[in-house]
Design a protein around this ligand. Structure first.
Ligand SMILES: NC(=O)c1ccc[n+]([C@@H]2O[C@H](COP(=O)([O-])OP(=O)(O)OC[C@H]3O[C@@H](n4cnc5c(N)ncnc54)[C@H](O)[C@@H]3O)[C@@H](O)[C@H]2O)c1
Ligand SMILES: [Zn+2]
Length: 303
């Protein structure tokens, strides 16, 4: 229903947007009383932070969308941060992480994902992951939803719960026949491909591969929060992977104030209300420290 696409041109984006569910479109139309927009222009960094904090302090409902950039400071390589492309054994990631490769060479796909897990297993959540977990645990907002395109599991490792994983997780395998899942931490290294404990069939990584559809329940859940949020923060994504990149556009169309956190300009920068240029591990903890404590009921400290 929601195919994973990269680098699509504007007209392609529009085409894909028409593929989105009618219910989502209807929800957007129903959204009322948008927050006032900011005047565009050069606003100093300090002032931008003040605006972001002010908006968050006025908000009850917050949606955060994260991408590979939030894990960069943990040492997880991004795919195209900085404009380059990534290859492994001479093959571009779009080719390795594709449904065609699952069909033609599943053992190679597992080698690639074993490699990715070995990289991530050396990495710890950073200050940005921890700040987002703390936002949730402090119950600072009436509703706080974390949606990620990442497959590395670092949000959960930082203590975030109920994270919408739009693209799945490298820590899970999924049966090609019955869709049962297994936690890869419990699968012996020699068992490749892993076998389903339910039906005995071979399993694949439980990750949305290029050209595949996103799980519609995950995307609809994220879409519901996008149409309802007051502030949407987009962190560390090049905004090139669809349909995830539509979420902040939904939020903005529905009246939310949209803030981007990224050291680089992205295709989304011109469409958001505020761009905070910098690293997530610096900016998110600053925002966390400066937003009102006890806005709603604070029930605990850092998880
Ligand atoms: N960690 C992961 O799980 C991981 C890693 C690589 C790719 N992916 C997958 O590949 C796709 C890549 O798309 P994407 O948009 O998420 O990433 P991307 O690689 O296309 O872009 C990364 C973005 O992060 C920004 N960035 C780099 N360092 C940052 C920092 N310290 N703070 C904030 N931003 C920073 C870059 O400027 C860039 O815009 C996604 O579908 C994702 O599922 C996931
Ligand atoms: Zn099975």
């Amino acid at each position: 229903m929601f195919p994973l696409l990269i680098g699509v041109a504007i007209h392609d984006r529009l085409r894909v947007s028409f593929q989105l569910s009618l219910s989502l479109t209807t929800m957007l139309i129903c959204r009322t009383s948008p927050l006032p927009r900011l005047r565009k222009g050069a606003i100093k960094v300090k002032r931008k932070m003040e605006i972001a904090i002010q908006k968050l302090n006025q908000s009850g409902r917050v949606l955060v969308l994260t991408g590979a950039g939030i894990s960069a400071e943990s040492g997880v390589p991004t795919f195209r941060g900085g404009g380059g492309t990534s290859v492994w054994r001479g093959m571009p990631f779009e080719q390795l992480s594709s449904k065609q490769m699952v069909d033609s060479n599943l053992p190679l796909v597992w080698e690639w994902f074993d490699y990715r897990r070995s990289v991530v297993s050396e990495c710890q959540p950073n200050a940005a992951h921890q700040a987002l977990a703390t936002f949730e645990w402090n119950n600072r907002f009436e509703d706080f939803k974390l949606v990620t395109q990442n497959v590395d599991g670092l949000h959960a490792a930082a203590g975030s719960t109920g994270v919408v994983e739009l693209h799945g997780s490298i820590w899970r395998a999924r049966c090609l026949k019955c869709e049962a899942r297994r936690d890869m931490r419990t699968v012996p290294a020699g068992e490749r491909p892993p076998l389903c404990l339910k039906c005995g069939n071979v399993m694949r990584p439980d990750v949305v591969l290029f050209g595949e559809n996103l799980p519609s329940d995950a995307f609809e859940d994220a879409g519901l929060h996008a149409k309802d949020c007051d502030v949407c923060i987009v962190v560390g994504t090049s905004a090139l992977v669809q349909p995830a990149a539509f979420l902040p556009e939904f939020a903005r169309a529905a009246g939310a104030f949209v803030i981007e956190v990224n050291p680089e300009e992205t295709v989304f920068s011109g469409k958001c209300d505020l761009s905070l240029r910098g690293r997530a591990g610096e900016i998110l903890p600053q925002i966390l420290r400066s937003t009102h404590k006890n806005k709603f009921h604070v029930n605990s400290a850092v998880p």
